[in-house]
Structures are given as C-alpha cells and as structure tokens.
Design a protein around this ligand. Structure first.
Ligand SMILES: Nc1ncnc2c1ncn2[C@@H]1O[C@H](COP(=O)(O)OP(=O)(O)OP(=O)(O)O)[C@@H](O)[C@H]1O
Length: 475
C-alpha cells in the first residue's frame, strides 16, 4: 500500500489491500508500544485486532465491551491519528466488540511470543492468541509498579520480598510469597508491581486474579464442563498471583481446587504469590493443609502506616499531580487520615481535583472545607493532657513547663496556646483548665485565650501554627 500520499486513489486502494493494512497496523502498534511503554501495551493494546475494512472506514475489534470502552477513552484519539497518518483519507476508525465470524488480524505481541500479556475477562473473540494461557487472567494496573511504591519501615520487608520474587521467581525460600496486612496498605500494588516487572523481561507468563475471580472462573468452568481446560490453563503459567485469599474461607470446593493448582505449580517449580488480610496461621476457615503450604515459603506482613510513611506517600503522589500542595496540608492529612493509604490517597485526589476544577490554590482552609465529610468521620474527643503534650512537642519545651511557674516567653507563650486550645477543643470550664495548668487562676486562662486570639490576628505565621496544632489534635 502507498503510505502518506496526497492522492485519494492510492490511499483508498491501500485501504482495500489487506496486506498493506496489516503492515500499517504493525507500524501503528510499534509506535503505540514506544509511546505507552511495554506494560501498558501488553495490558491493553495487544487485545485489539484489526477487523473488517469497509470503504474508507477501519474497524478495530476488542474482545469485551469493557475493553472497547477503555481503549476508546484512553487511546481512541491516538489510534485515529496514527491511522490517519498511515491512510490520510480514511474517514473513520471504529472500535467495536468482536463477534464470531469477524475477519481479524492480530495485534503483534509486545515482544517475544512466549511472553503472555495479562488479558481481560473473556478471550479475544477471534484474534488468535499465541496460546491458550492468555484468556485466563485480569489486566494489571499499570500505575502499580515498584517505582510508584513508596517504601518505609512498615512495608520495607514486604517490598524487598516482592522485589526478590520479581528478580528471581521460584527461588528457594520465596515460594510461595505470602503478603498480608490490613485493608488498603499496598498488597495489590506490590503484586501488580511483581507482574509488571516480570513482564518486562518478556520471558515468563504471569496470571493475576483475585480469589473471588478465581472462584467464579472455577464455577463457570464447572458449568460449561471445561474444568480440564481451566486447570490446564492455570497450571501452564510461570507465575500465579491470587489476591485477597481470605475470600476462599468457607468455599470448600474452590479451596480444594486452589490447593491442587498450588501443589501442581510449586512442584513444577513455578512461582505463587498470594495476598490476604491475615497471616496463614490466622486464616482460620482455610483448610489446615492449605494453610500449612501457604506458610512454607516467605510470609511478609505490611504493617499499618507510620506518620513518616504517610507523608512520603503524600509527597510522592502530590509531586506527580501538577498541583502545589503545601507541606502543612500534607502534614495535616497525614495526621488526620491514619486508617490506610487508599483513604489517604482518596482525600488527596479529591483536593487535587477540586483545585484543578476551580483553579484555586490548596490551603488548610480549603482542605477542611473540601474534605469536610472525611474529616468529620475521623473526629474524636481531645484531652487537655494531649493538648499539652502536642504543644510542648511543637515548641520543644518540657511537658512539666505546662504547669511550672516559669514565665520566660519561650515557655509562657506555648502554655498560653495550650490553654487557648483547651478552651477551644474541650468542654472544660476556665477554672478546670486553670487547675490542669499548675493550679492557675481562671483569670489567667481568660487572659491567655484573649492574648492568643489577638496574636493570631496580628501574626499570620503564628496563627497558622496554632491552627495546625488544632487540626492535628482533632485528628
Ligand atoms: N507504599 C505505597 N506507596 C504508594 N502507594 C501505595 C502504597 N501503599 C498503598 N498504596 C496505594 O493505596 C491504594 C490501596 O492499595 P492496595 O489496593 O494495594 O491495597 P491492598 O492492601 O491490596 O488492600 P485490600 O486489602 O483492600 O485489597 C492503591 O492505590 C495503592 O497504589
């Protein structure tokens, strides 16, 4: 086919020339792969097949509606541009769900044909897959890589184990790798990162799915009398990753199937990675023999986040957002949202979306406003002791100075702030507050409250300090 010519005739004759179109398609795929990277390409774009050509319209086929919509939203414009560069007078590039009987040309694999892309739920309708393994697994999320995983004390061991498995799958002592920890702490992220890293080498086939999906696939296979194929598919992968294994508790038949698959794979020297919310020994409800086997390799837990890790995660996510999020806001969020990374990330995303939408800078005030509902859910009662401790830490004075008679400004001012905050954040009366501050008189507390209010009006930096302390204490 003639490419990029100005003459209608030759461009259109190219459209009818199947071989020429396939060559164009190969070139487009090669460019897309360069542009989006190997992982993204494997995950999404190898599912596209070149479908029927009708006059000046090209159809690209995808195996499921989900994939069609995703590819359309993420790559539709780019695909169209690239096709227009190949065939300038093309009228339309159409994305459709493949039906039986559609003539198709496959999208080239990302690299060596033995490397299997993880694919979405159902098999490409007729796009020939390199082998039967490829209709098995769920797509990896290309955002979850080792590069985007922030490492800190609570997760460094799990991270190191995951890295090790990605570098040398099936090494002694690391098979299976069992990752466990509370909700939203990064187990799925690490599993996807292992998968993405392994796929980069182009040498191994990786299957990732949730335990829930495993069960549904298994049930579907029983219904369609294709359990043998199901087992063969599972047992032919080099690395099998099953997420949220606790889902199999009480599902005896699926557990049994998983147990046999597990044994077959490990015995054949393949790698298994499993995640769950508890350690194997605490997963009561799983069969003993399965629990024992799960605990035989490397068991790595991800602990609850620390303040430092939360700050690092927020900094890293804010840095890629293109929105300036002041350190004080990050600190505030890290103090306030301690439950898990998913919630923390969700809060930050909301702030960023808000800032983008309204073109307003992110400030502490805006944060409190935008995250009103989330923050409210985290509200709790504060004690005077906590206030004293936090204020003393903030200005680096001794806790005993909160009740001492010392009147030096570097001690007296923080003490006044603590009294002010006690008045603001607790329901204690002035005399009660006074008593907690070395039996001071209620008029001293009154004076502290008005002095701090006055200073806050005059000194913005001081006001911000006090405000930050207040928000931290409310978290
Ligand atoms: N250390 C980290 N660095 C960067 N992002 C993280 C980290 N830990 C978690 N996240 C992010 O937090 C979100 C939740 O993580 P993930 O889904 O991996 O949690 P999970 O432990 O699998 O939770 P669940 O038990 O609900 O399945 C993801 O968006 C993930 O990228």
């Amino acid at each position: 086919m003639t490419i990029g010519v100005d003459d209608d005739e030759s461009a259109f004759s190219g459209l009818h020339n199947g071989k020429g179109l396939e060559e164009s398609w190969l070139r487009i795929c090669a460019r897309l792969k360069d542009e989006v990277g190997e992982v993204e390409y494997r995950t999404w774009l190898t599912k596209i097949a070149l479908g029927p050509v009708d006059d000046d319209e090209i159809t690209l086929l995808l195996p499921t509606r989900f994939l069609r919509d995703w590819v359309r939203s993420q790559y539709g414009d780019r695909l169209s541009d690239l096709w227009h560069q190949e065939v300038p007078f093309l009228r339309r590039v159409e994305l459709q769900v493949a039906r039986a009987g559609d003539p198709v040309a496959p999208t080239p694999p990302a690299s060596r044909p033995s490397a299997q892309p993880p694919v979405e739920d159902s098999p490409p309708a007729r796009a020939p897959a390199p082998d039967s393994r490829s209709d098995l697994v769920t797509a990896l999320d290309s955002r979850f890589t080792f590069d985007t995983f922030v490492v800190g004390k609570p997760n460094e061991f799990a991270y190191a184990c995951a890295r090790r498995v990605a570098e040398k799958p099936s090494s002694a002592g690391f098979n299976p790798l069992f990752l466990y920890g509370g909700v939203g702490l990064g187990k799925t992220h690490l599993m996807h990162a292992i998968g993405a890293e392994l796929l980069k080498t182009g040498q191994v086939s990786v299957a990732y799915m949730s335990a829930e999906k495993f069960m549904y696939r298994f049930i579907a296979a029983i219904r369609s009398q294709s359990t043998i194929e199901f087992k063969e598919q599972l047992r032919s992968v080099d690395v099998l990753m099953i997420d949220d294994l606790q889902f199999l508790i009480g599902k005896d038949n699926t557990q049994e199937e998983f147990f046999h698959t597990f044994n077959a794979l490990v015995d054949a020297g393949r790698q298994i990675v499993v995640s769950a919310d508890k350690s194997p020994s605490d997963l009561s409800g799983l069969e003993d023999r399965l629990r024992t086997r799960l605990g035989c390799g490397m068991v790595a837990d991800i602990h609850a986040t620390t303040f430092e890790l939360r700050i690092s995660i927020l900094e890293s996510k804010a840095a890629t957002s293109g929105v300036v999020v002041p350190a004080k806001v990050l600190e505030f969020l890290a103090h306030k949202i301690t439950s898990n990374v998913r919630e923390l990330e969700g809060a930050l995303n909301r702030l960023i979306a808000h800032a983008n939408l309204f073109g307003r800078p992110v400030t502490l005030e805006a944060t409190q406003d935008v995250l009103h509902d989330i923050l409210k859910a985290h509200d709790r009662r504060v004690t005077i002791e906590e206030i004293q401790k936090k204020v003393a830490e903030h200005w680096n004075i001794r806790l005993t100075d909160m009740s001492s008679a010392r009147r030096a400004r570097n001690v007296a001012r923080p003490r006044q702030v603590a009294m002010y905050l006690a008045k603001q954040l607790t329901s204690r009366s002035l005399p009660e507050i006074g008593r907690k501050f070395g039996n001071r008189d209620h008029t001293t507390v009154m004076h502290a409250v008005s002095r701090v209010s006055e200073l806050m009006e005059r000194d913005a930096a001081f006001a911000e300090d006090v405000e930050l302390l207040r928000r931290m204490l409310e978290s």
